[in-house]
Design a protein around this ligand. Structure first.
Ligand SMILES: CC(C)(COP(=O)(O)OP(=O)(O)OC[C@H]1O[C@@H](n2cnc3c(N)ncnc32)[C@H](O)[C@@H]1OP(=O)(O)O)[C@@H](O)C(=O)NCCC(=O)NCCS
Length: 179
């Protein structure tokens, strides 16, 4: 059980975070584990700016967030496919600076993100996909109340083959019950 990380704030990702974010993935395998095949590796500044800096809006289609500790960006998470008719969103591109992993930063960051989802955006459902081998991520999601829905079979190209992805979701009443 990781200890409590230092106080952490949530903010929007900035253009200035590109170098930090790009540096968190030492190789393509680590990159694909975090972002599936949504971007090419290595992440280019152009792709980063195109996706991670959406126009601010009261009801955005996407929100890309960073965890900040002591003025340093130490993690990121994207709320994608925000669907304001169905009160749902999809959590993607979750990553913590390797220097900060295993210290509770991921869980603390996601608590902030989920408060935004359920308290501010008043969503009913947040979904995500995670590879079955990604045990720290699965542990983190389950601690926050995410439930397994099933498996998206062979959802992501990986090496010479394809990887399954576990589909998980968290509903508003489940979030309300998380200690
Ligand atoms: C997934 C990730 C965001 C988690 O961030 P983090 O700051 O390390 O997470 P936390 O410290 O809050 O929690 C990690 C949990 O995994 C557990 N864990 C770590 N290694 C583990 C392993 N090999 N097997 C099982 N559990 C493991 C920790 O004990 C902790 O659980 P606990 O709180 O019950 O003790 C981070 O590991 C990361 O950036 N990984 C690379 C990118 C990635 O895979 N993103 C997810 C894409 S779906």
């Amino acid at each position: 059980m990781p200890g409590s990380p230092p106080p952490l704030a949530l903010d929007d990702l900035r253009a200035a975070d590109y170098e930090a974010v790009a540096s968190w993935f030492a190789d393509e395998e680590q990159f694909v584990t975090a972002v599936a095949r949504a971007f090419t590796y290595p992440l280019s500044r152009a792709e980063y700016e195109d996706y991670f800096l959406p126009e601010p809006a009261p009801r955005p289609a996407r929100r890309c967030l960073r965890a900040v500790i002591d003025h340093r960006t130490v993690g990121m998470a994207s709320l994608a496919r925000l669907d304001w008719r169905n009160d749902s969103g999809h959590l993607a591109f979750v990553a913590v600076d390797p220097a900060w992993r295993g210290q509770g930063v991921g869980a603390a960051m996601l608590r902030h993100v989920l408060r935004l989802c359920f308290d501010e955006y008043e969503l009913h459902r947040v979904s995500l996909l995670v590879f079955p081998f990604n045990l720290p991520a699965i542990r983190c999601y389950e601690r926050l109340g995410f439930q397994r829905e099933g498996v998206s079979r062979q959802a992501c190209r990986f090496g010479a083959g394809y990887l399954d992805a576990i589909a998980m979701s968290l509903l508003r009443p489940e979030w309300a019950a998380v200690p």
